[in-house]
Ligand binder design. Structure first.
Ligand SMILES: NC(=O)c1ccc[n+]([C@@H]2O[C@H](COP(=O)([O-])OP(=O)(O)OC[C@H]3O[C@@H](n4cnc5c(N)ncnc54)[C@H](OP(=O)(O)O)[C@@H]3O)[C@@H](O)[C@H]2O)c1
Length: 191
């Protein structure tokens, strides 16, 4: 159990299902901007079962399945989170499938609708379109009625077209970046 020092929040667990994404790996390598001071428990996102409620908590029940995006701590057996950070998950969904929606799709949704404020009929160019965030952008972009073009390596071309995008090989300049040596902190240029 993760010691949280607080009794007023519900605990999501036991044994939450957590995602393993590129940001997880970047945080483990210590190169992600949101890397926590060590020691820390990794894990950006989770699907868990509410185990216990803090005093005065209402509107949520023990046993309820919830999703959360704590940025760190999701690999723990128990996590302690504020109720406002929990999103109810419909019963009957596969937790491993559902957790794949949390980080990548929240990121993609915000890029499309809060940052770019896309409208149906617009065209979008998505770099890294075969990746986790890229494929989420393709799926959400199709729902938003976009015409989408996605850069990807040739192995990802069928995935991009299956998701409604026009695949394009990465331009030579991007390929050079990909093949570039890591910088002094071990980082390669990516998206
Ligand atoms: N701000 C946020 O909340 C947030 C959340 C999640 C992710 N992110 C960021 O979004 C980016 C993508 O994450 P992801 O989870 O989608 O990663 P991913 O699943 O690993 O996908 C990355 C894609 O980028 C392509 N790629 C990798 N290195 C490249 C390079 N040097 N030049 C050109 N293309 C390259 C790969 O192409 P191929 O498949 O064609 O080889 C891959 O499809 C990362 O920078 C991540 O940190 C931000």
């Amino acid at each position: 159990m993760v010691k949280c020092g607080c009794e007023c929040w519900p605990q999501a667990s036991p044994s939450p299902t957590y995602g393993v994404s590129l940001p997880d790996l970047l945080m483990r390598e210590g190169v992600h901007p949101e890397t926590r001071p060590v020691p820390f428990t990794p894990g950006w996102d989770l699907i868990g079962v509410v185990d216990r409620l803090g005093a005065g908590t209402s509107g949520i029940e023990p046993g309820q399945i919830v999703a959360a995006l704590p940025i760190s701590g999701a690999y723990a057996e128990f996590v302690c989170l504020p109720q406002r950070e929990l999103v109810p998950v419909p019963s009957g969904l596969d937790a491993a499938e559902a957790v794949s929606l949390v980080l990548n799709y929240v990121t993609a949704y915000q890029m499309l609708h809060r940052s770019a404020k896309v409208r149906a009929g617009q065209r979008a160019l998505i770099h890294g379109a075969a990746g986790g965030v890229g494929s989420a952008l393709l799926q959400l972009g199709r729902l938003a009625g976009l015409e989408m073009y996605g850069t990807c390596s040739s192995r990802g071309a069928s995935a991009v077209s299956d998701l409604g995008g026009y695949p394009d090989r990465l331009p030579a300049s991007r390929l050079r970046e990909r093949n570039s040596p890591p910088d002094e902190r071990g980082r390669r240029r990516c998206l």
